[in-house]
Design a protein around this ligand. Structure first.
Ligand SMILES: [Ca+2]
Ligand SMILES: [Ca+2]
Ligand SMILES: [Ca+2]
Length: 493
């Protein structure tokens, strides 16, 4: 009597995938991955070797198995190896891999219109080198998310290759959550690891490395008209034309928190990160280092009109531009702010070794800009265009230059800024080191001109909305000693 009253929804079926069976459809008494997906989608025993699905189903792969796909299953969203994930399915990988056989024709691994949860799995070798007619049919060679939702944990997406967007993942009108995972060695036209369009992605404790955007933007990640939130993650050694590590544009909102963006390469602009037209990005508690751009902006670029770029408690160090703006390059009408940050030891071949501003309202506050070099003018900062004089770009408790020279061109240090007589090696530790917290920093040295020289009104003016901690986060007070220090690092009391 009581059981009759239990709701039918919310029940789940756990489907063990039989050891030793390939992920194909065959009436052999063994439940394969492909058969299980079909039954889970249909909540029926369409494939007799697997149980019928019921509600949200969990497919359990044998430990450390290799699910090798050898043929195209369907062409609904372009060539795809597995049946479309059209329902609520969890795949417990148990250390298994889903791979496209190297001798198989080209296809992506999976497409998701439902809700997919992946745990402890590797997705490898998806491939679509051809153009099949429209974008959705071509992008996302490990996973296409089309109006679906995907949650990935403890997994690896490696060596997938797409002619079009999103070498590993293409998220179109969908949701992605990616945690404790690695996205590595993938290639797409745009978004070597991940591309999204009208999507939402939350990335936690994940590494994007060695991915390539072969034709356009975002070696690691491209985000267009989308929301992107990345925390406690690393984006390194990716390559693109624009935005070697990450690029976003078109009404996108990006948030990078406690991230390391390092050693990426942009062939055109934005070695580490590029914030494009009509997009807003906030970067905090992060380190952008060792990135290279063959054009503008070795570490970070903010481009064209109306975009907003907010950088707080972040270290931008050791980046190189073969044009202008070794650390940061911004142009266009959008407001850029660099606050309580450190821009050091970057190099530009032409203008602005640390910061290059081209006719853009860019405000530096409580920020260290020192030890940067250039082959041209303004080793620390260079500004060109009418806006250089109209906006108070500096004069907000910054430390500018070293050895008695501010190193500025087109902009003048104000009486609230410090132009130290010290050499860079007396101001901060030249080595970008683990000084605590999740990201590397340049420690201020004892006796540094930056110590206790920050904005004295910091506490009383905007207290309550301020950070409690410096770049390193919890345990490292922002207000140490008699006053706040300048830059991303606070000497602790
Ligand atoms: Ca079977
Ligand atoms: Ca089901
Ligand atoms: Ca202090």
């Amino acid at each position: 009597m009581f059981s009759v009253l239990l709701p039918q929804t919310g029940w789940t079926t756990e489907m063990p995938i039989s050891p030793g069976t390939p992920p194909a459809i065959a009436e052999d008494g063994l439940c394969s991955l492909m058969e299980a997906i079909i039954n889970a989608n249909n909540d029926a025993a369409i494939q007799a070797d697997c149980p019928a699905g019921q509600g949200a189903d969990t497919l359990v792969l044998p430990p450390a198995s290799t699910q090798e796909l050898t043929a195209v299953h369907n062409r609904t969203y372009g060539v795809t190896g597995l049946p479309i994930i059209a329902s609520d399915i969890t795949i417990q990988g148990n250390g298994s891999s889903i791979v496209r056989s190297s001798s198989a024709p080209s296809f992506r691994l999976m497409a998701v219109t439902g809700t997919l949860t992946l745990r402890n799995i590797t997705l490898q070798g998806g491939r679509q080198p051809d153009w099949e007619g429209d974008g959705i049919r071509n992008g996302g060679c490990a996973i296409l998310i089309y109006q679906g939702s995907v949650d990935i944990e403890n997994s690896t997406l490696a060596d997938n290759y797409c002619f079009y967007r999103g070498g590993a993942i293409y998220n179109v009108y969908g949701h992605l959550k990616l945690a404790d995972s690695a996205v590595t060695g993938n290639t797409g036209s745009t978004g070597g690891g991940l591309a999204q369009y009208h999507g939402q992605a939350e990335i936690l404790r994940t590494t994007f490395s060695g991915n390539t955007a072969a034709k356009n933007d975002g070696g690691g990640i491209y985000s267009g008209a989308s929301i992107l939130t990345i925390s406690d993650s690393t984006v390194r050694e990716n390559t693109a034309f624009y935005g070697g590590g990450i690029r976003q544009e078109w009404d996108s909102q990006g948030t990078l928190r406690n991230c390391v963006i390092s050693n990426n390469l942009a062939k055109t602009s934005g070695g580490g990160v590029e914030n494009g037209a009509f997009a807003t990005m906030t970067i905090s508690g992060s380190t952008i280092s060792g990135n290279v751009s063959n054009g503008l902006g070795g570490g970070l670029t903010g481009t064209t009109s109306h975009s907003g770029l907010v950088v707080v408690s972040t270290t931008i160090s050791g980046n190189t531009s073969r044009s202008s703006g070794g650390g940061v390059s911004v142009w266009g009408e959008g407001l850029t702010t660099l606050t309580r940050s450190t821009v050091a030891f970057n190099h530009a071949n032409t203008r602005g070794g640390g910061v290059y501003v081209s006719n853009s309202p860019t405000v530096l506050s409580n920020t260290v800009v020192t030890g940067n070099t250039t082959g041209g003018s303004g080793p620390e900062m260079s500004c060109t265009g009418n806006l250089c004089a109209r906006y108070a770009l500096v004069n907000h408790y910054n430390l500018l230059g070293h050895s008695g020279s501010a190193g500025l061109a087109g902009v003048t240090a104000g009486n609230r800024d410090i132009v130290p007589t010290q050499a860079p090696a007396q101001i901060l530790d030249a080595s970008l080191a683990n000084n605590g917290g999740p990201t590397p920093t340049h420690a201020l040295l004892p006796g540094s001109a930056a110590v206790d020289a920050g904005d004295p009104d910091y506490q009383k003016v905007i207290y309550g909305r301020n950070e409690i901690y410096d770049q390193r986060g919890e345990g490292f007070l922002r207000m140490g000693g008699t006053n706040m220090d300048i830059g991303a690092f606070e000497v602790q009391p």
